[in-house]
Design a protein around this ligand. Structure first.
Ligand SMILES: Nc1ncnc2c1ncn2[C@@H]1O[C@H](COP(=O)(O)OP(=O)(O)OP(=O)(O)O)[C@@H](O)[C@H]1O
Ligand SMILES: [Mg+2]
Length: 497
């Protein structure tokens, strides 16, 4: 292992070195080496190398440690530095937290302290890649750990077999990070393993990916939300009752009977049906309680008025879900949140059903403004909630993963957020959101939490399943400028011209 020796472990007042912490003095000058908070260091032991991260950094100088002496000298008209070789006594001391020890049998928790006097050095990138659980070649390149000049390539399975959440305030770079992720997913070759991708584009920001000038054009299918049609015959009575929550349990049962009959009489013969057919059958059914039947018919009319329910599905989801391809559902023309939830719900029901039957490839679903589709507040009856929660719980077994994007984590369902095994956390300022994230992100420690507020645009902390330890990533520049974002000036000029 090639190493850069930068310091020596010292004994300090906090009873360190101990298994949780040690301090070291930087033996290189600041010109030779600039140590920064968050950097990784290694220390040799008999059992293997201990890898640690720098959690605190301070300067000390014993000439300046006595306030009264400093004051006495400085008021006498002379500086301390002009009388004593004070500058030679300035040191940088770092506190580091051991993350583990690399032994012959793998990475283990450190149960003993490193020794005072040991050399502290900077690990080479191969060691870091192994230790942090990153990929060398095959992974998804999201950016850099800048201090180590290390490219962060996440393992596809570790990142997307389970679910992920991208959380930050508005403008922190969530959508930008999504577009970097998309570039990575769409650039994969068949032999590297490719998932099908579905993205719900609430603001119409991503449709540029399908433009003629986009290098990804041939992998991208942008589908206008207004053209989406549900195959009524694919829907269960329960789904109807989710779309119209006022449908009662008894009515759901009645509806279910009719749909079973339709399945035998129509679907099995290769025929389809629409809501109008269901209403007709209900009207003919003498056995049903008339009042309940009338109410159910009323609700079905309401659903029919959305114009979403057709005889055939558009687009045909089975044929558009292809490995290495993305379908972007552009929902930007919809103002009704309820309609958007219905669309998301239908498409997710279908995808999950087809995944269970292995009719479509493993699929990753990216949902912007996720808190609108799976809100935490129970009162907020989000139509899309139950299917998203189902996929969050069971999706892993069927290789259906969610990437939820939200600027209001507190408003996002706890059930779902706790199933997101990897969190990509960008700048967050709201104390409630921070507290919520602290409680729902596994393996995030105090010092990592504290740095969330100081992240800049495009900087992220990745914690959870995709990495062995929380890492700080500067998200890379995207290769295309397809994400549509306008400045206020541009938007004002466009409107005026
Ligand atoms: N990694 C990055 N590199 C360079 N610029 C970036 C990066 N990430 C974000 N930006 C800049 O920040 C702007 C805002 O980013 P983005 O639109 O992704 O924010 P957002 O978190 O999705 O916000 P919102 O919640 O409002 O949708 C982008 O237009 C881009 O100019
Ligand atoms: Mg965004």
């Amino acid at each position: 292992m090639s190493k850069k020796n930068i310091g020596t472990v010292i004994v300090d007042e906090d009873n360190s070195p101990n298994p949780e912490q040690f301090s070291f003095v930087l033996t290189k000058t600041e010109e030779e080496f600039q140590l920064q908070k968050g950097m990784y260091v290694v220390v040799p032991t008999e059992d293997g190398e201990v890898l640690a991260s720098v959690i605190e950094l301070f300067k000390t100088n014993r000439y300046f440690s006595s306030p009264s002496a400093v004051r006495a000298y400085e008021t006498s008209g002379k500086t301390l530095a002009s009388i004593f070789p004070a500058d030679r006594w300035e040191h940088i001391i770092a506190k580091a937290k051991p993350l583990g020890i690399i032994t012959e049998i793998g990475i283990q928790r450190l149960l003993f302290p490193v020794s005072p006097g040991e050399n502290v050095s900077i690990p080479d990138n191969d060691t870091l890649i192994q230790f942090l659980g990153l990929e060398k070649d095959n992974g998804l390149n999201l950016g850099m750990i800048e201090q180590h000049d290390l490219t962060v390539k996440l393992n596809l399975t570790k990142f997307l077999q389970k679910h992920a959440a991208i959380l930050a305030i508005s403008g922190a770079g969530k959508s930008y990070t999504v577009s970097v992720l998309l570039e990575e997913l769409l650039s994969r070759k068949a032999e590297q393993g490719r998932v099908a991708i579905v993205l719900f584009d609430v603001h119409g920001e991503y449709k540029g990916m399908g433009d003629d000038k986009s290098p990804y054009k041939k992998y991208v299918n942008v589908f206008p939300g207004g053209l989406i049609q549900f195959a009524t015959s694919s829907m269960s009575a329960r789904q109807f009752s989710i779309y119209e929550p006022q449908i009662t349990t008894v009515q759901t049962r009645d509806l279910s009977k009719i749909l079973s009959q339709f399945y035998k009489d129509k679907v099995k013969q290769g025929e389809t049906y629409v809501i109008g057919d269901i209403i007709e059958a209900l009207e003919k059914d003498e056995q049903l309680n008339p009042r309940s039947r009338e109410a159910l018919i009323g609700w079905l009319y309401t659903l029919n008025n959305t114009r979403l329910f057709g005889s055939a599905e558009n687009p045909d989801l089975k044929s558009i879900l292809k490995p290495g391809k993305i379908t972007i559902f552009d929902l930007s023309d919809f103002t009704s949140i309820k309609l958007k939830q219905m669309l998301v719900s239908y498409i997710l029901f279908r995808i999950f059903d087809m995944r269970k039957k292995n009719e479509v490839p493993p699929t990753t679903i990216i949902l912007e403004e996720a808190h609108q589709f799976v809100p935490e507040a129970r009162l907020d009856q989000a139509i899309s909630r139950s299917i998203i929660e189902t996929i969050a719980r069971e999706g892993r077994k069927f290789f259906t993963s969610l990437v939820l994007v939200s600027q209001r984590p507190v408003k996002l369902s706890t059930t779902v957020l706790s199933q997101c095994n990897t969190h990509v956390i960008m700048r967050i300022l709201n104390p409630y959101d921070l507290d919520y994230i602290g409680r729902s992100s596994e393996g995030i420690d105090r010092s990592t939490m504290n740095s969330i507020t100081s992240l800049g645009v495009g900087e992220a902390i990745i914690v959870g399943n995709a990495v062995n330890h929380p890492i700080f990533v500067k998200v890379r520049k995207r290769k295309t400028s397809t994400l549509e974002t306008q400045t206020l000036e541009e938007s004002a000029k466009n409107f005026d011209s």
